[in-house]
Write a protein that binds this ligand. Structure first.
Ligand code: ATP
Ligand code: MG
Length: 281
């Protein structure tokens, strides 16, 4: 496992990060972001729709370049890398899990898990096939190794995507709404899996979610609003009740806007559970 390094050392450092889309008509979506993430953190990134969560994830994942500022990962300033080095950096350090998992439907679960490895080394070594099989059993897909993706359920496909994200022993796993399309029970199972992997390997997780229950199960919660960091707290430090309060205030899971947020604050009917917000259309 290539997660060498001490816990509590900084693995990601973001300094004065701005992102502006568009040439003629400029749309700034991230404003002077500054934060650090420690090695081994299990962090959730929350915030209303359009607040810039995916944009930030894409920049951290070197899929998108920032307009200004620095992103330093493992001591390396990724702004200075050329496209070839960025691709190598992604494959060496990062694992990606997205809501629409981007698997190859005509390939089997095992083949999909192996793809990020084959990008760097096409030799079909028995060790790597063995490792891919082990990862599939870690995500409780034993017996499904040779089944094609299009013959698996949504939750099973998401677990294949998770196993795939682990194949190159990434130090950082970026998950953008990994449970977005799943029911509550499957979402919890997926979170448990990711947490277990985080504890066992020390890999750092950044998980975008709209689901406050999912966020409440992470160690640190960062909220983006309108491209700025609105909150950044550790539930263990502020206590469970206060953490819930903070999360309830963040937004409604259904409509998820700041306008709604203000209404939600005042709204007696707003509860802890999804769909409890009576102010939603
Ligand atoms: N490639 C792009 N070109 C232009 N504008 C973009 C691009 N990607 C995102 N944006 C804009 O940037 C803003 C932030 O989008 P982003 O996808 O980061 O939000 P988000 O917080 O992930 O939202 P959601 O919760 O709905 O996924 C939005 O206003 C969006 O329209
Ligand atoms: Mg998004």
């Amino acid at each position: 496992m290539d997660n060498a390094g001490t816990k509590n050392e900084t693995i990601i450092q973001v300094k004065h990060l701005d992102k502006v889309f568009g040439e003629e008509v400029k749309n700034q979506v991230l404003f002077d972001l500054n934060f650090e993430i420690k090695r081994g953190e299990f962090l959730s990134l929350i915030g209303p729709s359009g607040s810039g969560k995916s944009t930030l994830m894409n920049i951290l994942g070197a899929l998108e370049r920032s307009t200004a500022g620095e992103v330093i990962v493992n001591g390396k300033n990724i702004n200075n890398l050329n496209d070839k080095d960025l691709a190598e950096f992604r494959n060496q350090y990062l694992g990606f899990i997205f809501q629409f998992h981007y698997l190859f439907p005509e390939f089997t679960a095992l083949e999909n898990v192996l793809i990020p490895y084959y990008i760097k080394d096409f030799s079909r070594k028995p060790e790597i096939i063995n490792k891919a099989n082990k990862l599939l059993s870690l995500v409780e897909l034993e017996g499904f190794e040779n089944r094609k993706i299009n013959k698996l359920s949504g939750g099973q496909q998401q677990r294949v995507a998770i196993a795939r994200s682990f194949i190159n022993d990434p130090q950082i796993i970026l998950a953008d709404e990994p449970t977005g399309a799943l029911d509550t029970k499957t979402s919890r199972a997926i979170m448990t899996l990711m947490r277990k992997y985080n504890e066992e390997t020390g890999a750092t997780f950044i998980i975008v979610t709209h689901d406050r229950e999912i966020a409440s199960g992470t160690q640190r919660i960062v909220e983006l609003v309108d491209g700025k960091i609105h909150k950044d707290f550790l539930p263990s430090e502020i206590g469970e009740a206060t953490a819930w309060e903070e999360l309830e205030r963040h937004a409604c899971v259904d409509c998820d806007t700041m306008k709604q947020q203000k209404q939600v604050k005042k709204d007696e009917n707003f509860g802890k559970n999804k769909n409890d917000c009576k102010t939603c259309p």
